[in-house]
Design a protein around this ligand. Structure first.
Ligand code: ZN
Length: 499
């Protein structure tokens, strides 16, 4: 009986959260600007209702009474009880007054960050960031004790992972990646970059991207593709997943690979059990696993030659005249361009990881106190020079570029690189089980891969945490080897043979 009450309570929570998600989607896509103030009231009212239900003390009583479900620990019932208990226990250790102070500090932090970035004035942001770091350390201590003060914060996004488990994977990735990226920059054959910067009519881009998203398995009967300033994916309700992108007339890759990325997130959402919507058994495992699904379709499938053996003739036809002088191989090299650059969100697939790894290292050092906020810009520039071989001309293009730290998000960055690590491991395993994936892609067949992911990754929900899931599915715990094999394939496209 307690289990049923627990589940009914959380279904109601999921329903309220789903209403909020739909209002948020509307705000970011269709809402007229003047509707903003009342929308804020609507969302605040819902947030209050959601918060009261999420922290209802009855949850603890139901969990206690439900006890140990027994049986298969990966069953939906065991998954729901275990994960709801984990979340409830962690929330009850987070002091309410501290949460309030953090909320206030991060609202101010984002405003200061925005002004500081526009003015290239790190000093005006530093006091705010110092407050945020101090509060996050205080929070970590309240949630601890843990081996590393970073651990409880990372655990919010990547449950179960710690600096000690993730650190070695990410450092090994960096140590191997830095010389390969350097070799491509110094000695690689540069691709014909201009071919992606020709005129691509936005309407034709939208139609082509939509067809590609449908081909890889995003279900448009249970989803939509719209435009927004910042692309996102929202699983607003069972059988209702919304993705967005934005189209630049003179840059093909931005919208197209953005759509594949968001469609990858969407295919994960659509693959979850709709009858367990909002419950752990029907929810994504972690940000890293979510990101593994978007990056698998965007990079491992979408930038692969066999994918374009199928799509290139259609692409040429969609933009008449634009690519007549560009061979498939030239196009393939161009979409796999590797170039060290200053801005994370504009980085290519390979150097992107280096942007993440330096942020991970710096935020760990901020949390231990080994690095002070005042020394952060210098440490940033040193790490950029060491890992990417370039030094930012100013802080706007350096330490001030991301909203994350100003918004209080510490421990979030590594999930992006973990996504790449997980994606490569899953893709290699799928290739072993599904046979010649390249032959399938060249024939426009993506369903076998999507269905394999659905069975092994999507449908189980939170039956296993990320590390156990990867080991269960691939036979190997998280490790950078598969990603590095892929990195060497990309390097070879540019004439760099590493090993
Ligand atoms: Zn993503």
């Amino acid at each position: 009986m307690s289990y049923e009450r627990l589940i009914a309570h959380h279904r109601e929570l999921a329903l309220l959260s789903s209403v909020a998600a739909l209002l948020e989607w509307d705000e970011r896509t269709l809402m007229p600007p003047a509707a903003g103030p009342y929308r804020a009231e609507q969302l605040t009212a819902l947030a209050g209702m959601i918060h009261r239900r999420r922290t209802d003390p009855a949850i603890g009583e139901w969990l206690d009474a439900a006890g140990d479900v027994g049986g298969d620990p990966a069953s939906p019932e065991a998954t729901n009880v275990r994960e709801l208990r984990r979340a409830f226990d962690k929330e009850s250790r987070r002091p309410a007054e501290l949460v309030e102070r953090i909320t206030r500090a991060t609202v101010i932090g984002q405003q200061r960050w925005q002004a500081a970035r526009a003015a290239n004035d790190f000093a005006s942001f530093a006091p705010s960031l110092e407050t945020i770091v101090a509060l996050r350390r205080e929070e970590s201590a309240a949630l601890g004790p843990t081996e590393h003060p970073y651990d409880p914060l990372l655990d919010d996004y990547e449950p179960g992972e710690t600096a000690a488990t993730v650190g070695p994977v990410l450092r090994e990735l960096r140590d191997e990646l830095v010389p390969i990226v350097r070799a491509i920059a110094d000695d690689g054959r540069p691709p014909r970059r201009d071919v992606l910067e020709r005129r691509y009519a936005p309407d034709a881009q939208a139609a082509f991207a939509r067809d590609a998203a449908a081909a890889i398995g995003f279900d448009f009967d249970a989803g939509r593709l719209d435009t927004s300033a910042h692309p996102f994916c929202s699983g607003v309700a069972p059988r209702d997943c919304r993705i967005t992108t934005r189209y630049l007339e003179r840059f093909f890759s931005g919208a197209f690979f953005g759509v594949l990325h968001e469609a990858g997130h969407g295919i994960y959402e659509q693959g979850l059990d709709p009858d367990a919507f909002g419950l752990p058994a029907g929810s994504a495992v972690s940000l890293g696993i979510h990101e593994s699904q978007s990056r698998l379709w965007e990079n491992l499938v979408g930038r692969r030659r066999s994918f374009w053996e199928h799509f290139y003739p259609t692409l040429r036809a969609a933009f008449p005249g634009t690519l007549d002088d560009v061979t498939l191989d030239e196009f393939h090299a161009a979409i796999n361009d590797v170039r060290p650059s200053l801005i994370r969100v504009e980085a290519d697939e390979l150097t992107y990881n280096l942007h993440i790894l330096l942020r991970f290292e710096l935020e760990c050092a901020l949390m231990t106190g080994d690095l002070s906020v005042g020394d952060l810009p210098g440490a940033w520039n040193d790490a950029m020079a060491r890992d990417l071989g370039i030094t930012p001309p100013d802080d706007t293009n350096g330490v001030l570029q991301d909203i994350h730290w100003g918004a209080g998000l510490v421990g979030y960055f590594p999930t992006y690189a973990l996504g790449n690590v997980f994606a490569s491991q899953l893709f290699e395993r799928a290739a072993v089980e599904l046979g010649d994936l390249d032959a399938q892609f060249a024939a426009g067949e993506f369903t076998p891969l999507r269905d394999w992911l659905r069975v092994h990754v999507h449908r189980p929900g939170q039956a296993r945490p990320a590390r156990a899931l990867i080991e269960h599915v691939t036979g190997t715990p998280p490790a950078p080897d598969a990603l590095l094999r892929h990195v060497r394939d990309v390097a070879a496209l540019h004439g760099i043979e590493s090993r």
